[in-house]
Structure formats: structure tokens, C-alpha cells
Design a protein around this ligand. Structure first.
Ligand code: ADP
Length: 530
């Protein structure tokens, strides 16, 4: 067979030519702004030319500090295709982490949405490698010192850039993990890994994208490549809807009603927000929503079905896994009564992705649905190392140690019970905080629930349940405990309960349990003991 490199460039060229009339729709204060793939492709050419003129060469890093919008997509297409490396910067990182990742990746140019200039300005003085800042959209108001204007740069170039032939193993993009403990770690994607991941996710076994789809990109393009949807949608000619900063439940419902996407993806907190702010929304255009990033409560999947008649499919992955690794499709031949139970599990690996679970000594455990261990993963779109980080503690004999703890069914279904650092160890046995949370969130009085392990004299650790009550519903811990008692093992039942206004969240919207544990240790939580 012909040895054609698996390069993002070929996906880019394919989409712009074969699906020239597909649309990129960016939501703005004034409603939707639409361009065709052909127009976006031409602008990406101009961007590649402009970056070249600024001195960006092969292997140089170009940071983006942007919402999900057309500019960001232009950078997704132009930067890897010209042989440079796209570094998507998380706009919600703490300033010291933001400065760290920009310097660590040695970004040469940063493309920033003008509306985000105040956030980047906080670290501007600390950036040691950045030579140019290019501002798109709103004016940066001088906050970033000397800058270049994106539109002016593009206006002085022409479409028709000569993209180099890229070896498929060269770096295409980078993303740092959100670094809940310690500094963020950099993951570098190659052209080959992105290409293969793209085909993995467009397959019918995953998201089944085609030219008949319109994808609403809710997951930020700075977080794990928006779960791969920009390249996947572009490759098959699916329209791409970009919500920019309009990411709360109410505006998202409005965008869905106005643009009628067929597919979307979001973390559970975002879906929960839509559900609670706009239960009346018309989401009927959506054939499916993929949900992941943290465990998806069964109650959420059920609520989307009954409220909107929209199926929510659970997926699992990490920044390190490009990100899609597994998806929870009901196994063929499963008893229909068990369908919801399968959907509430974590999922089965995509073709090409290998999974195993290992004990504390790194030895593989059986797939019997019982044995619990750390999930390890291997495959062509799974990272083999971290950027400029020689430590190998995250790898075991070539497998990535995910830090997720769980079990495997004989049919390859993964069930994640916790992140290793969140598992509650009570009297030498493990309690799954995720199971407790998801069960509690099935109770109508509970808007959100986070369960953390806290020190206990007798058992070492015991669960503390932190409850955000549903509006207008006071929390009755005794009743919630009785509710749990019917659904989980008796020794799992939390003795300590706290009502909180909101679960603290990480920069990517996940429950930040570290903060809750600290608040408890500092005596800041008003707990009752049952
Ligand atoms: P970070 O590690 O930077 O917080 P990631 O998005 O890479 O951000 O997080 C990956 C982690 O998210 C996984 O290791 C896992 O703990 C969690 N996760 C993702 N999807 C699921 C899921 N469906 N069920 C349970 N946990 C999930």
C-alpha cells in the first residue's frame, strides 16, 4: 500500500474542498455569524502565511487563548498543517499555572481573543519566550503591551499557502492537564495520533459523525481538543456551531433552539445546568449527546430522556488519551431491562485502544467485574510520555497509568469507581465516592452531591457527604441516609453530612474534592453527624 503520512493537513484539505459549503457558525452578542468551510480554509491559509512572516517555523509552538469560535478553528487547521505546534491554553488556569505552561512549552506566538486579554495580561510580564501576541475580535485596550491585530495580519496575506509534507510522527498539538496537584503536565499529540483518533471517533461505534450532522462544540477547544470534535466534524463536513462564552444553561438552550445541532458533548455539570434552567427547552434536534469528563449520574441520563427525549451516552477519556478512550454503548444482545445500567457504566474501549487493570504491584487483574485496580491504557492515540518530563511514575511497562480505579466486566466494560486520590479507604476496604455521589444525585432534593474521605479514628477514613440542595428543598440528612441505605452497602453510609451552596469546581468544571477536604480540615464546613 502507499505510504501516505497520516497528517492533519490531509484532513484539512479534504474538508475545505469536499465539504466546501458546510458551515462554521459562531454565536455572538448579535446572534450567529456564519462562514463556509471554503472561507475558513482560505482564512487558515492566510493565518499560516502570517505566522510564517512572524517567524514561526516547523516545530515552533503557537498558543491559543480563545473561546470556541471561528478564529480558534482557523488556528486548529493552520498551525499543525504549517508544521508548527498548536498549544491550546486553558483560559481558566490560575495565573501562575498559565505562566508556567506558556514558558514550559516555550510558546513563540499567542493568539488571544480580545475579550480574554485581561486574563492573559495578568501573566504578560512573566512570559519569557513569547515574541508576538495576536489579538482577535475585541480590542485588547493596551492591556497586553504591543500586540498585532489578527484581521490586519490576515488581510495582508493571500489564500493558497504551500503546506509542507509533515512526517506523521511530528508534533501537531499540545495540551496541558489541569494540574489539580502540582504543575500541569504537557501532552503532545502527533499528526498520526490525531488522525487516528479522528477516525476512531467518527466511527459508528463512537459518535458516528457524517456530513448530515451539525455539532455544537460545548467542550472547550482548550480542553482535550474539544474531545476531538473540531477535526472530526471538519473531516466529514459536519457543520460546527461555536458557542464562544455563552456556556451557561440558558444561552446554550437558546443556541440549540436557534441552530438545531444534531450532536453535542458536555461534562455532566453543563448538562445539569441546562436541565435545571431550561427544562422546557426544545432539544429535539439532538440525536445524541456524549457526556464524560467525570462519571455521569444515571439520574442525569434518565432526566434527559424523560425531559427532552435525548439520549445521553457516557464516554471516558483524559487529556492524555486524545481524549476518547471508551464509550458506553449498550452491548449487543443485552437484556433491555439492563440497558440503563450499562449506560451508567463507564464504557468499552474504542478499537485500537487497549485497557487493563492492575493491582498495587502493577500486575494485571482479571476481568471479572469484581477485582478493583488502577486502569492502565495503551494505544496509538495514548501519550507515551509528558513534555520535558523524564519521570516514569505514570507509566508501567509501556502502559499509561490513568490514576483511575475501577473494575472490568468480562465483556470489556470498564466501571470506574474513583480517581485513586479520591477513593475512600475505610477499615482497609474501598468505598466509591462516585457511586455515593451518583446515587445521592438521583434524589429529588439534591442538586449536586460531592463525597470525600475524611480522617476517622476508628476506620482511618470515612465518607463525608456534601449536599447542594435543589432549589427550595431543605436537606434532610436522615432521609438521604435512608435513601442511600436502600441502594448501597450499609458500611458505605456516610455518618457526616454538610450542606454547601455550591460544589467547588476545577478549571474544567469537575468537582474539586481537594478544596472540600481542605475546608473540612479547616473547620469551615457546618457538618452534622448521624
Ligand atoms: P485533568 O486530568 O486535567 O483533570 P482530564 O479531562 O484529562 O483533565 O481528566 C481525565 C479524568 O477525568 C479521567 O482520568 C477520569 O478520572 C475522569 N473521567 C473522564 N471521563 C469519565 C467518566 N466517564 N467516568 C468517570 N471519570 C471520568
Amino acid at each position: 500500500m502507499q505510504d501516505v503520512p497520516l497528517a492533519i493537513t490531509s484532513l484539512f484539505e479534504h474538508g475545505r474542498r469536499i465539504h466546501a459549503d458546510s458551515s462554521v457558525i459562531t454565536w455572538t452578542d448579535d446572534g450567529p455569524m456564519t462562514s463556509t468551510f471554503a472561507e475558513v480554509g482560505d482564512r487558515a491559509d492566510r493565518l499560516a502565511a502570517a505566522l510564517t512572516r512572524l517567524g514561526v517555523g516547523q516545530g515552533d509552538r503557537v498558543g491559543t487563548f480563545c473561546w470556541n469560535n471561528q478564529t480558534h478553528l482557523e488556528a486548529y487547521l493552520a498551525v499543525p498543517s504549517m508544521g508548527a505546534v498548536l498549544h491550546t491554553l486553558n483560559i481558566r488556569l490560575f495565573p501562575e499555572q498559565l505562566a508556567y505552561v506558556i514558558n514550559h512549552a516555550a510558546d513563540k506566538v499567542i493568539i488571544v481573543d480580545g475579550s480574554l486579554a485581561p486574563l492573559l495580561a495578568k501573566v504578560r510580564d512573566q512570559l519569557t519566550t513569547v515574541e508576538h501576541i495576536v489579538v482577535s475580535g475585541a480590542d485588547a485596550d493596551g492591556l497586553l503591551g504591543q500586540t498585532l491585530d489578527y484581521e490586519t495580519l490576515l488581510a495582508s496575506e493571500r489564500p493558497g499557502f504551500e503546506y509542507p509534507a509533515m512526517p506523521e510522527r511530528s508534533a501537531a498539538a499540545m495540551c496541558y492537564t489541569s494540574g489539580t496537584t502540582g504543575n500541569p503536565k504537557g501532552v503532545t499529540y502527533s499528526h498520526r495520533s490525531t488522525y487516528l483518533h479522528t477516525f476512531g471517533i467518527v466511527s459508528a461505534q463512537a459518535m458516528a459523525f457524517s456530513q448530515y450532522d451539525r455539532l455544537l462544540l460545548i467542550v472547550p477547544m482548550f480542553h482535550a481538543n474539544a474531545w476531538g470534535m473540531p477535526y472530526a466534524g471538519w473531516s466529514v463536513g459536519a457543520d460546527l456551531v461555536m458557542p464562544q462564552q455563552f456556556l451557561q444553561g440558558a444561552p446554550l438552550a437558546e443556541i440549540i433552539e436557534a441552530t438545531r445541532p444534531t450532536y453535542s458533548g458536555a461534562v455532566p455539570t453543563v448538562l445539569n445546568d441546562i436541565l435545571h434552567t431550561r427544562p422546557d427547552a426544545d432539544l429535539s434536534s439532538l440525536r445524541e449527546i456524549v457526556c464524560g469528563g467525570s462519571a455521569v449520574p444515571r439520574s442525569l441520563i434518565e432526566a434527559f430522556e424523560t425531559t427532552y427525549d435525548v439520549p445521553v451516552v457516557q464516554a471516558w477519556g483524559m487529556t492524555e488519551t486524545s481524549p476518547l478512550a471508551a464509550i458506553a454503548k449498550v452491548p449487543n444482545g443485552a437484556d433491555p431491562d439492563d440497558a440503563m445500567a450499562w449506560r451508567a457504566r463507564t464504557g468499552r474501549p474504542l478499537p485500537g485502544v487497549q485497557i487493563r487493570i492492575c493491582d498495587d504491584d502493577g500486575n494485571p487483574l482479571p476481568w471479572d467485574g469484581e477485582a478493583q485496580g488502577e486502569i492502565e491504557i495503551r494505544g496509538p492515540w495514548i501519550t507515551g510520555s509528558y513534555h520535558l518530563d523524564p519521570s516514569d511514575e505514570k507509566f508501567n511497562d509501556g502502559w499509561l497509568r490513568t490514576g483511575d480505579v475501577g473494575s472490568m466486566e468480562p465483556n470489556g466494560f470498564i466501571q470506574i469507581s474513583d480517581r485513586a486520590k479520591d477513593v475512600i479507604k475505610s477499615g482497609g476496604e474501598w468505598i466509591s465516592s462516585v457511586d455515593l455521589e451518583n446515587t445521592l444525585m438521583g434524589h429529588p432534593d439534591v442538586l449536586e452531591a460531592a463525597v470525600v474521605g475524611v480522617p476517622d479514628d476508628r476506620w482511618d477514613e470515612r465518607p463525608l457527604a456534601c449536599i447542594v440542595p435543589a432549589e427550595g428543598r431543605p436537606v434532610d440528612a436522615g432521609e438521604l441516609r435512608d435513601y442511600l441505605a436502600e441502594r448501597v452497602a450499609k458500611w458505605w453510609l456516610p455518618e457526616r453530612w454538610a450542606t454547601i451552596a455550591e460544589v467547588p469546581k476545577t478549571s474544567v468544571g469537575k468537582f474539586d474534592k481537594k478544596v472540600l477536604r481542605q475546608r473540612y480540615a479547616d473547620g469551615e464546613l457546618d457538618t452534622i453527624d448521624l
